[in-house]
Design a binder for this molecule. Sequence first.
Ligand code: FES
Length: 164
Amino acid sequence: MLPEPLQTELKEKIASCEHPRELVIDVLTAIQEHHGHLSDEAVQDAAALFGLTPLEIDELATFYPFLYRQPVGRYVIHVCDSVICWMENGKGLIEHLQKRLGIAMGETTPDGLFTLLPVCCIGYCDRAPAILVNRKVHGPLNPALLDELIDRLQRQARDGEAAS
Ligand code: FES
Protein backbone atom coordinates (compact mmCIF):
# COMPACT_ATOMS: atom_id res chain seq x y z
CA MET A 1 0.00 0.00 0.00
CA LEU A 2 1.34 3.40 -0.97
CA PRO A 3 1.75 5.93 1.81
CA GLU A 4 -0.87 8.68 1.72
CA PRO A 5 1.48 11.58 0.80
CA LEU A 6 2.97 9.68 -2.16
CA GLN A 7 -0.47 8.57 -3.30
CA THR A 8 -1.74 12.16 -3.20
CA GLU A 9 1.33 13.47 -5.02
CA LEU A 10 0.97 10.88 -7.79
CA LYS A 11 -2.79 11.45 -8.13
CA GLU A 12 -2.23 15.20 -8.52
CA LYS A 13 0.49 14.62 -11.10
CA ILE A 14 -1.74 12.30 -13.10
CA ALA A 15 -4.74 14.65 -12.86
CA SER A 16 -2.67 17.55 -14.20
CA CYS A 17 -1.56 15.66 -17.31
CA GLU A 18 -3.52 15.82 -20.55
CA HIS A 19 -2.50 12.27 -21.51
CA PRO A 20 -1.99 10.47 -18.18
CA ARG A 21 -0.68 7.28 -19.78
CA GLU A 22 2.47 9.20 -20.71
CA LEU A 23 3.26 9.20 -16.98
CA VAL A 24 3.05 5.47 -16.34
CA ILE A 25 6.83 4.90 -16.37
CA ASP A 26 7.45 7.98 -14.17
CA VAL A 27 4.84 6.83 -11.67
CA LEU A 28 6.14 3.24 -11.65
CA THR A 29 9.64 4.60 -11.07
CA ALA A 30 8.41 6.70 -8.13
CA ILE A 31 6.63 3.67 -6.64
CA GLN A 32 9.74 1.57 -7.17
CA GLU A 33 11.90 4.16 -5.46
CA HIS A 34 9.61 3.88 -2.47
CA HIS A 35 9.36 0.07 -2.32
CA GLY A 36 12.70 -0.94 -3.88
CA HIS A 37 10.94 -3.01 -6.55
CA LEU A 38 7.50 -3.39 -8.10
CA SER A 39 5.64 -6.07 -6.19
CA ASP A 40 2.27 -7.37 -7.42
CA GLU A 41 0.67 -5.04 -4.89
CA ALA A 42 2.60 -2.07 -6.31
CA VAL A 43 1.44 -2.99 -9.81
CA GLN A 44 -2.15 -3.07 -8.56
CA ASP A 45 -1.68 0.33 -6.88
CA ALA A 46 -0.37 1.80 -10.14
CA ALA A 47 -3.21 0.22 -12.12
CA ALA A 48 -5.76 1.80 -9.76
CA LEU A 49 -4.12 5.22 -10.15
CA PHE A 50 -4.41 5.09 -13.95
CA GLY A 51 -7.66 3.15 -14.25
CA LEU A 52 -5.78 0.43 -16.14
CA THR A 53 -5.66 -3.30 -15.51
CA PRO A 54 -2.73 -4.78 -13.56
CA LEU A 55 -1.87 -6.73 -16.72
CA GLU A 56 -1.49 -3.52 -18.74
CA ILE A 57 0.84 -2.13 -16.07
CA ASP A 58 2.73 -5.40 -15.86
CA GLU A 59 3.32 -5.40 -19.62
CA LEU A 60 5.04 -2.03 -19.33
CA ALA A 61 6.91 -2.89 -16.14
CA THR A 62 8.37 -6.06 -17.65
CA PHE A 63 9.33 -4.32 -20.91
CA TYR A 64 11.31 -1.47 -19.37
CA PRO A 65 14.75 -2.66 -18.14
CA PHE A 66 14.99 -0.23 -15.23
CA LEU A 67 11.81 -1.41 -13.55
CA TYR A 68 12.17 -4.44 -11.32
CA ARG A 69 9.32 -6.88 -10.70
CA GLN A 70 11.43 -8.75 -8.15
CA PRO A 71 13.61 -7.54 -5.28
CA VAL A 72 17.06 -6.37 -6.39
CA GLY A 73 20.35 -5.76 -4.62
CA ARG A 74 21.72 -2.47 -3.39
CA TYR A 75 23.75 -2.11 -6.59
CA VAL A 76 21.97 -3.03 -9.79
CA ILE A 77 24.53 -3.71 -12.49
CA HIS A 78 23.23 -3.52 -16.06
CA VAL A 79 25.77 -5.04 -18.40
CA CYS A 80 25.53 -3.98 -22.04
CA ASP A 81 25.35 -7.03 -24.27
CA SER A 82 25.04 -5.22 -27.59
CA VAL A 83 27.35 -5.34 -30.55
CA ILE A 84 29.95 -2.62 -29.87
CA CYS A 85 30.56 -3.79 -26.31
CA TRP A 86 30.66 -7.36 -27.58
CA MET A 87 33.38 -6.38 -30.09
CA GLU A 88 35.37 -4.85 -27.21
CA ASN A 89 35.35 -8.09 -25.17
CA GLY A 90 32.06 -7.39 -23.42
CA LYS A 91 31.45 -11.15 -23.31
CA GLY A 92 34.71 -11.69 -21.40
CA LEU A 93 33.72 -8.90 -19.03
CA ILE A 94 30.32 -10.49 -18.37
CA GLU A 95 31.98 -13.85 -17.67
CA HIS A 96 34.46 -12.20 -15.32
CA LEU A 97 31.72 -10.35 -13.48
CA GLN A 98 29.58 -13.47 -13.08
CA LYS A 99 32.59 -15.40 -11.76
CA ARG A 100 33.64 -12.59 -9.41
CA LEU A 101 30.14 -12.23 -7.94
CA GLY A 102 29.31 -15.95 -8.10
CA ILE A 103 25.95 -15.32 -9.75
CA ALA A 104 24.40 -15.63 -13.20
CA MET A 105 22.58 -12.92 -15.10
CA GLY A 106 19.28 -12.06 -13.45
CA GLU A 107 20.49 -13.12 -10.00
CA THR A 108 21.35 -11.25 -6.78
CA THR A 109 24.32 -12.05 -4.56
CA PRO A 110 23.37 -13.76 -1.27
CA ASP A 111 24.54 -10.69 0.70
CA GLY A 112 21.96 -8.60 -1.20
CA LEU A 113 24.61 -6.25 -2.59
CA PHE A 114 24.64 -6.90 -6.33
CA THR A 115 22.08 -7.75 -8.97
CA LEU A 116 23.28 -8.55 -12.47
CA LEU A 117 21.07 -7.75 -15.46
CA PRO A 118 21.70 -7.66 -19.20
CA VAL A 119 20.70 -4.58 -21.14
CA CYS A 120 20.69 -3.52 -24.80
CA CYS A 121 23.01 -0.73 -25.94
CA ILE A 122 23.01 1.98 -23.29
CA GLY A 123 24.30 4.65 -25.67
CA TYR A 124 27.89 4.73 -24.41
CA CYS A 125 29.44 2.81 -27.29
CA ASP A 126 32.40 5.22 -27.23
CA ARG A 127 33.10 3.87 -23.73
CA ALA A 128 32.69 0.20 -24.61
CA PRO A 129 32.62 -2.18 -22.92
CA ALA A 130 30.35 -0.28 -20.59
CA ILE A 131 28.09 -1.09 -17.68
CA LEU A 132 25.66 0.85 -15.53
CA VAL A 133 25.71 0.67 -11.74
CA ASN A 134 22.49 2.12 -10.38
CA ARG A 135 22.12 3.80 -13.76
CA LYS A 136 25.55 5.49 -13.63
CA VAL A 137 27.85 4.58 -16.50
CA HIS A 138 31.30 2.98 -16.06
CA GLY A 139 33.59 2.32 -19.00
CA PRO A 140 35.61 1.43 -20.86
CA LEU A 141 36.23 -1.48 -18.51
CA ASN A 142 38.54 -4.45 -18.40
CA PRO A 143 38.58 -7.21 -15.74
CA ALA A 144 41.10 -5.33 -13.54
CA LEU A 145 39.08 -2.09 -13.59
CA LEU A 146 35.93 -4.05 -12.98
CA ASP A 147 37.50 -5.68 -9.91
CA GLU A 148 38.50 -2.24 -8.62
CA LEU A 149 34.94 -1.02 -9.09
CA ILE A 150 33.44 -4.01 -7.27
CA ASP A 151 36.00 -3.63 -4.45
CA ARG A 152 35.05 0.05 -4.14
CA LEU A 153 31.34 -0.69 -4.00
CA GLN A 154 31.86 -3.40 -1.39
CA ARG A 155 33.94 -0.99 0.71
CA GLN A 156 31.32 1.72 0.28
CA ALA A 157 28.58 -0.65 1.46
CA ARG A 158 30.69 -1.79 4.45
CA ASP A 159 31.56 1.81 5.43
CA GLY A 160 27.92 2.84 5.07
CA GLU A 161 26.82 0.04 7.38
CA ALA A 162 29.54 0.87 9.92
CA ALA A 163 28.43 4.53 9.92
CA SER A 164 24.75 3.73 10.44
S1 FES B 1 26.93 -1.41 -27.57
FE1 FES B 1 27.38 -1.23 -25.46
S2 FES B 1 27.02 0.85 -25.02
FE2 FES B 1 26.47 0.65 -27.11
